[in-house]
Each structure stands twice: as structure tokens, then as C-alpha cells.
Design a binder for this molecule. Structure first.
Ligand SMILES: CC(C)(COP(=O)(O)OP(=O)(O)OC[C@H]1O[C@@H](n2cnc3c(N)ncnc32)[C@H](O)[C@@H]1OP(=O)(O)O)[C@@H](O)C(=O)NCCC(=O)NCCS
Length: 151
């Protein structure tokens, strides 16, 4: 659908077929840490384990925004929120977050976390603006099973 010559943005659930266009967007974005687990198989596994919780924003055939989420039955976790540079400050990310949090709430998840890389000032400002609060009292510790630090 086009409004005033500019095709509208369509928001929908992310599918495995969206991988190539999504990863192309992620690679353009500072502030997103991509790891080996973001391979096509890794993302397909994530989507299969967390159906209906990840979304894309699409303008015609371009993916201009993504958000992924999963939960462990208690807490939700958001990752890979990204909006194409030319589409920012128009509320795309906010709409993706709304859809994601509504889908998590539909599964009974009322508290959701997001990891923000320490120097990602834009990410920090965004999450604060969306009502997330900074958890300065928590440190993150990670264990790597095997020799690959980029897993
Ligand atoms: C962070 C990001 C997803 C925001 O996407 P967006 O579509 O521009 O966000 P929105 O338009 O919904 O912004 C909502 C609010 O967040 C805040 N915000 C967004 N971008 C901001 C910026 N560059 N500086 C300060 N505040 C910002 C503002 O309060 C904004 O409301 P306003 O435009 O009315 O002032 C986008 O900048 C991006 O993809 N960055 C690179 C990837 C990234 O860092 N992802 C987050 C990982 S934690």
C-alpha cells in the first residue's frame, strides 16, 4: 500500500526466510554485536524455540527494522533491535518494541531484559525513552562452552 508515493511500513512476525535481509541490516548497524550463533541455523533455531515473538518492519521488499525476543518462562529477553539509518526517529523501533512486549505479555511474561553494549549511547537513550530502567546493580557474567570466544 502506498500513501503519498511512499509505501507504508508493514509490521509482521519474523520468519526464517527473512534472514538474509535481516542480517544485512544488522551488519549496517553500530551497536549490534553479531556472533557465530547469529548464523542462519542459529537464527532459525531461535525463531523455532520462540515462535511469534520476533518481528520485522518492511517497506515494500526492504526490511527496515527488526526485533527478536525469547523467554525462559519467567523473563523475556530482547535482542537485535535495529532500524535502517534512513528510517530512524520515526517511531519504527518503538512500534517493534510494542509488538514484541505485547507478544511476550500474551505468554505471561511481564518483565523483560535487554543487553546494551556499554558505549551504545543511542541504545541507552532509546530504552530509557521506552520506559526500561537501567540496572546498575547487576553485572553480567558469561560462560563459554568450548574454545570459540565468538560463539
Ligand atoms: C536504537 C534504534 C533501534 C532506535 O530506532 P528508531 O526507530 O530511531 O527509534 P524511535 O524513533 O522509536 O525512537 C523512540 C525514542 O527513543 C529515543 N531515541 C531514539 N534515537 C535516539 C537518538 N539517536 N538519540 C537520542 N534519543 C534517541 C528518543 O526519545 C525517541 O523519541 P523521539 O524521536 O520522539 O525523541 C536505532 O537508532 C538503531 O537501529 N540503532 C543501531 C542499532 C542499535 O543500537 N540497536 C539497539 C541495541 S541495544
Amino acid at each position: 500500500m502506498k500513501v503519498c508515493g511512499n509505501p507504508v511500513i508493514n509490521y509482521r512476525v519474523m520468519h526464517t526466510d527473512d534472514y538474509a535481509r535481516s542480517v544485512a541490516l544488522w551488519r549496517e548497524c553500530d551497536g549490534l554485536g553479531l556472533r557465530d550463533s547469529d548464523s542462519p541455523a542459529g537464527i532459525a533455531r531461535y525463531l523455532a524455540r520462540n515462535p511469534g515473538l520476533s518481528f520485522v518492519a518492511e517497506r515494500e521488499d526492504r526490511i527496515v527494522g527488526t526485533i527478536m525476543a525469547g523467554h525462559d518462562g519467567r523473563r523475556g529477553y530482547i535482542l537485535h533491535l535495529a532500524v535502517a539509518a534512513g528510517e530512524r526517529r520515526g517511531g519504527v523501533a518503538s512500534r517493534l518494541v510494542e509488538r514484541c512486549l505485547a507478544a511476550l505479555a500474551g505468554e505471561g511474561i511481564d518483565k523483560t531484559h535487554v543487553h546494551v553494549i556499554g558505549d551504545n549511547c543511542v541504545g541507552r537513550e532509546f530504552w530509557l525513552a521506552r520506559g526500561f530502567h537501567h540496572r546498575g546493580e547487576i553485572e553480567l557474567y558469561s560462560f563459554v562452552n568450548g574454545d570459540n570466544p565468538d560463539v
